[in-house]
Design a protein around this ligand. Sequence first.
Ligand code: ARG
Length: 459
Amino acid sequence: MVGNHKLWGGRFEASLEKWVEEFGASISFDQKMAEQDITGSLAHVTMLGEKGIIAKEEAEQIKSGLEELLIDYKNGQLTFDVTNEDIHMNIEALLTAKIGPVAGKLHTARSRNDQVATDMHLYLKMKLDEVLAKLKNLRQVLVDLADKHVETIMPGYTHLQHAQPISFGHHLMAYYSMFTRDAERFEFNVKHTDLSPLGAAALAGTTFPIDRERTAQLMGFAKPYSNSLDAVSDRDFILEFLANSSILMMHMSRLCEEVINWCSHEYQFVTLSDTFSTGSSIMPQKKNPDMAELIRGKSGRVYGNLIGLLTVMKSLPLAYNKDLQEDKEGMFDTVETITVSLDILAGMLSSMTVNDKRMAESTEKDFSNATELADYLATKGLPFREAHEIVGKLVLECTKAGHYLQDVPLARYQEISDLIEEDIYVALQSKTAVERRNSLGGTGFEQVRWQIEMAKKEF
Ligand code: ARG
């Protein structure tokens, strides 16, 4: 074929073959940014008109054309074409079809390089708001649940072995703290996303007297990037998002793993609502925590998206390279994965039943009160190391006899140490053990209530 009808076709004598063209195109996925692309163009053309770079009437014509396209897009009436490669050239082609050759003036003092970067910033900034709102909802669910379960006793674990009894509210507030730091990380991410690359043009800026602060302001960005090369090459605002999302997924996967354990037959600490569980096609009795497992599993793709983009970016010379087109799918996928996961987790937690009796009972037939006995002796003056040794021996004796510390008769206790009195049995109760751990940030009820009060002030 002679000639090339692409928007960039001037210096070409032949066209791309169809399959090569498809390899280079991004329209199948970057059409997600159609709205952002039009928003960016509206800001650009407004500024071009204001600065007299193009005539006022031309700017107005282009603006109304873009506004109509936005309406068409929202009504699902725009169709994109792979021969126009990406969203930027598709929108320009649609605009030309609507208003004629004057559409060609829109691209004055602009390149697809600053345009695509602008679209990505607009898109992620909007999505970060959504992520923060959903994270806030999840944190609220955790605080509400913790508030109901300050005095619900459960086994605290180390090495997945019963360690010391704790408050279930305390356990939930640990996750609240993690998700609060996640939110802080995303807030910081907003700061790096709230910058306008528009006007950096291809890489070096432009000779036209553009006003970058004006376009930044029109699009709602805090300010323009101050280096044009950086503006078109930077993708670390996306990397930061993927890294923050990976940490968030890791936190969610830990909580999901615990929920999966808690609803197993061995634990029976919680019962998930039917609306968040699934059955088995062969085993009629099954009620599976599929949603929690899926969130746990989806951590994999989010980590993958982070490693994928880090690898794309590694060693990439300045400024724009087509490699950068690979920045999008992982970001879109991560946005979708984390937003739905946050909703599912919040819904699953707020609708589950906590079997508080069963949780508490599971701390009564174990040795998770061994530290209480050691602390009891240490409080009465015995060096803690000696107390630890004595209690260790007694645990062994109990294990052999098939009973627990609370079953040891007072006479035996007094043979072991004359420091032990009748009040040992109260000290050995799980509730006492939890209630008394009132060091700052401990699981004592007062401390848990304090955490909840502080958390409530954040909403
Ligand atoms: N579709 C391209 C991307 O996503 C837009 C920028 C193209 N720029 C270029 N110089 N080829 O990165």
